[in-house]
Design a protein around this ligand. Structure first.
Ligand SMILES: Nc1ncnc2c1ncn2[C@@H]1O[C@H](COP(=O)(O)OP(=O)(O)OP(=O)(O)O)[C@@H](O)[C@H]1O
Length: 629
């Protein structure tokens, strides 16, 4: 029975019917030309129904779903109609949600917190918190997640994770929901519960389309409409159980007591001979539907529990006339919510936080012990120089490595949330920048104070601050370099490329020291301008060694060549360096690297024409150099 009062705060949405005609999808395949994945398929998915896209592995189910959801648009021809009108992708994305196969969920939050973040981002700001909590409770109740409200998302079972990923997208009542294989990895019972829930969601007036692997005979009848695809063509469209009479009508008999879904899959795999062309032509490649589900049909054998109240206005409404805001909340609110979420996750991940603190302390203590008291020792000036360089290498690698490991994974989550219109990418990226800098500053302070004291550097506040500023800027630039690499590569490649990419920066930072700047070849001089480590090293040397009193040579030494530190600085070719100039250059490099990582992330998620052109050129070059299979 419908609960009239439920979800009463949610925005009203129009019912949405989706129709597609002559959809063809081709992917280029090197020298071999191209591969046809979808071949002029047609079909219709009506609102208020649960639709299943079925087919053997590799038939093109996910591809069709991706195209209909607007996730894949390149290399697609044909038309997609929404309520009879040509689809406007921008508008369509505002009303549809896509739950991808990898049910990635933000870690370190409880189910309730994850839902509250989604509600804060996706529901109107003026809605009182009590209203949001009521909606959350009802959705959790609907998806049988109430008992897991206080459980951290990391601890959820596979089925619960799937249901939570659906719950997160239900929050602002989308009229269209796409799900890529929501039942994969679930046992029979969870699978049946999941489909039943989707059915209830569809009955509320939404269009629910999911791709599924062979369902049981019982579940096969739960779907209002099944769309069977084989080798990129439609071989059946209509009510599931009707597939048996359909096949019988063309002389193909499904054995008695056989699961019709299994039989159709075997048929698609040519287990009973090649019937593909016949099936495609009878159903006209999806232009015709064989049958509709009888209206009076009840789902008595699947326990659906109490029904969900319809939360859509069943009044035909044109999608383009819907409220045209892209996001329910302002940029600044999105930024605030995301910063809070990131800090909470960082704080909850105590193990990782402690590990980072320990690394900064242990490495700081090691470095400090190795270079113990060398800061004031005239015979150890070269060693002291090595210490400065060592600090910079630390601040280059340590902040970059976790980013290379985490960011490529995080992108998958951002992709889902951003595609489903939770927030603007710029709000996410700014929140990421702001949330990571304080921890970098705190950890950096631990290391700097430790090594500064242990190595006996001059106890002057000004020099300490200058030393600290260089170290922190170097660390945030390195973090940005990690973000740039992580934006374009997967974890494995990023972990390889990151450390390798850092090597030229190090080499160029120390190139030519001691032998005079004039002896350096012009090309290398130019390359040196691109090494941020060089600017850091120069600034560090200047901050720590310039205008110091002559050091006292220990009695054990006969002669100390570099007791005059100004002389040493001149010898290193850094006599004319101005500290603040180098700091300005480092800040500029930081901004360029951060901007670059934002640009690359944006291109990864929403490629513009330039990056599409670059991708095409890349593919062309690869195919003509025989780099593709
Ligand atoms: N970018 C691509 N390049 C080459 N082939 C591709 C590409 N994308 C998809 N394909 C091919 O298209 C076919 C359909 O892929 P799709 O992922 O849609 O299949 P599916 O029916 O969802 O399979 P599964 O059930 O195994 O997930 C597969 O043969 C796949 O290898």
């Amino acid at each position: 029975m419908a609960r009239d009062s439920s979800l009463c705060y949610l925005p009203k949405r129009p019912p949405v019917d989706i129709e597609f005609q002559d959809l063809t999808y081709t992917v280029p395949q090197g020298r071999k030309g191209s591969k046809l994945i979808l071949r002029s398929v047609n079909g219709e998915f009506k609102s208020g129904q649960l639709h299943a896209i079925l087919g053997p592995s590799g038939a093109g189910k996910s591809t069709l779903l991706n195209i209909l959801a607007g996730y894949k648009c390149r290399d697609v021809t044909g038309s997609i109609l929404i309520n009879g009108k040509q689809r406007n992708l921008k508008h369509f994305l505002k009303i549809s949600r896509y739950i991808m196969q990898e049910d990635m969920i933000q870690p370190m939050l409880t189910v309730e917190e994850a839902m509250l973040v989604a509600a804060n981002l996706k529901l109107e700001r003026d809605m009182p918190k009590a209203g949001k909590l009521k909606i959350i409770d009802e959705i959790l109740d609907l998806l049988r997640l109430t008992r897991t409200k206080k459980t951290q998302t990391n601890a959820l079972s596979g089925g619960e994770r799937k249901r939570l990923s659906i719950a997160l997208e239900l929050i602002n009542n989308p009229p269209v929901i796409f799900l890529d294989e929501p039942t994969t990895g679930l046992d029979d019972l969870s699978c049946s519960q999941c489909i039943s829930l989707l059915k209830k969601i569809a009955e509320g007036g939404r269009t629910v389309i999911c791709s599924v692997h062979t369902p049981s005979a019982r579940l096969f009848s739960v779907f209002d409409n099944v769309y069977i695809i084989s080798s990129g063509q439609c071989v059946y469209q209509g009510y599931g159980p009707e597939v048996v009479p359909f096949l019988s009508g063309i002389g193909i008999e499904c054995p008695k007591h056989y699961n019709p879904a299994d039989f159709v899959m075997e048929l698609c795999c040519n287990e009973y001979g090649d019937h593909q062309d016949r099936l495609v032509s009878v159903i006209d490649n999806g232009k015709r539907a064989y049958s509709q589900k009888p209206k009076e049909e009840t789902l008595c054998d699947v326990n659906l529990g109490s029904g969900i109240a319809s939360i859509t206005e069943h009044v035909p409404m044109e999608i383009n006339t819907m409220k045209s805001v892209e996001y329910e909340t302002s940029w600044i609110r999105q930024f605030y919510i995301l910063v809070m979420r990131m800090w909470l996750q960082m704080w909850r991940d105590k193990c990782y936080l402690m590990l980072r603190v320990v690394i900064y302390i242990v490495v700081g203590a090691m470095v400090g012990t190795i270079y113990l008291d060398m800061g004031q020792d005239a015979s150890k000036t070269i060693f002291n120089f090595g210490f400065y360089f060592c600090c910079l290498i630390f601040f280059m690698y340590i902040p970059m490595m976790p980013v290379l490991l985490q960011f490529p994974k995080e992108i998958q989550l951002v992709k889902r949330e951003h595609f489903n219109k939770w927030y603007r990418l710029s709000a996410y990226f700014s929140a990421l920048t702001v949330s990571t800098i304080p921890i970098q500053i705190i950890l950096g302070s631990i290391f700097v104070i430790l090594v500064y004291i242990l190595t006996g550097q001059p106890l002057e506040i000004q020099r300490l601050v200058m030393f600290y500023v260089v170290c922190i800027i170097t660390s945030v630039i390195s973090e940005s370099l990690g973000l740039m690499i992580g934006s374009i590569l997967n974890i494995v490649n990023a972990m390889f490329v990151g450390p390798v990419a850092a090597v030229p920066f190090m080499l160029l930072a120390v190139y030519g020291f001691g032998s005079g700047y004039d002896t350096i070849p012009t090309l290398i001089k130019v390359a040196m301008y691109f090494s941020y480590l060089r600017y850091s090293l120069e600034a560090l040397i200047h901050a720590m060694l310039k205008d110091r009193e002559k050091l006292v040579c220990p009695e054990t030494e006969e002669y100390c060549l570099y007791n005059d530190l100004d002389y040493f600085v001149r010898e290193m070719g850094m006599g004319n360096i101005i500290y603040w100039h180098n700091i300005l250059v480092l800040v500029f490099i930081f901004l360029v690297f951060r901007g670059g990582s934002y640009y690359l992330l944006r291109q990864r998620l929403m490629p513009n024409r330039t990056s599409l052109a670059i991708q095409y050129i890349g593919r062309f070059v690869k195919s003509h150099m025989g780099l593709t299979r």
